[in-house]
Design a protein around this ligand. Structure first.
Ligand SMILES: [Zn+2]
Length: 202
């Protein structure tokens, strides 16, 4: 290493690890580390304790693939949610995003990614078999494919639709179109074309 060290190995390590957090680069990691060190009692110690507890307790839900500290997860064991509606998402972050929207009180199924032959991701690498057996077990009337509007997301949606085709379930997907508050002039051609194709009655 050619750069001069400015702190002991424990602090250097803290900065290196913080730099791996999404949204933090080396510069923000240094700022965050310094802030944590300065607020040792109010922030660093409780954060370390919370992280230690998370390490011990975090697990993947055996039903839906969500992450939580209980299994089945809080979402799966919530009796107020409609068990007949299953929202399929690529990642836990999508589940959280949809929950923030609070439009439906449904159950979820987290795939853990998308089909991507170029990256070597096949059906067995995703939580697809678990989805098919959940639906095959009965009680699910609608599967909503809330995958990203990317080539991989759409490929995955088609594959799942195929896998569910023999089962008595309605498969739907999210609408593609004009975002709320969006101005047509600013939209890309793909979004505009999709919005026109999936137009609805006024
Ligand atoms: Zn769950």
């Amino acid at each position: 290493m050619s750069t001069k060290r400015i702190a002991g190995p424990e602090i250097e390590r803290l900065i290196q690890l913080l730099a791996k957090v999404p949204g933090l680069g080396p510069r923000s990691a240094r700022r965050a580390a310094l802030h944590l060190i300065k607020k040792k009692e109010q922030l660093l110690a409780p954060l370390a304790a919370a992280m230690g507890e998370a390490v011990d307790k975090v697990r993947v839900c055996s039903v839906c693939g969500n992450v939580d500290t209980v299994d089945p997860c809080t979402v799966c064991s919530d009796p107020r949610r409609d068990p007949a509606t299953l929202i399929v998402v690529e990642d836990v972050s999508d589940l959280w995003a949809l929950e923030r929207a609070a439009a439906l009180s449904a159950r979820y199924h987290v795939l853990g990614g998308t089909l991507s032959p170029l990256d070597g991701v096949g059906p067995d690498d995703l939580n697809i078999k678990g989805l098919v057996s959940r639906v095959a077990a009965g009680g699910v009337r609608e599967v909503i494919l809330a995958v990203n509007a990317t080539v991989e997301g759409q490929t995955t949606a088609h594959y799942i639709t195929d896998q569910l085709s023999g089962l008595d379930v309605r498969v739907t997907r999210l609408a593609h179109g004009v975002p709320v508050g969006g101005e047509l002039d600013y939209l890309d051609e793909g979004t505009l074309a999709a919005a026109l194709k999936s137009r609805t009655a006024f």
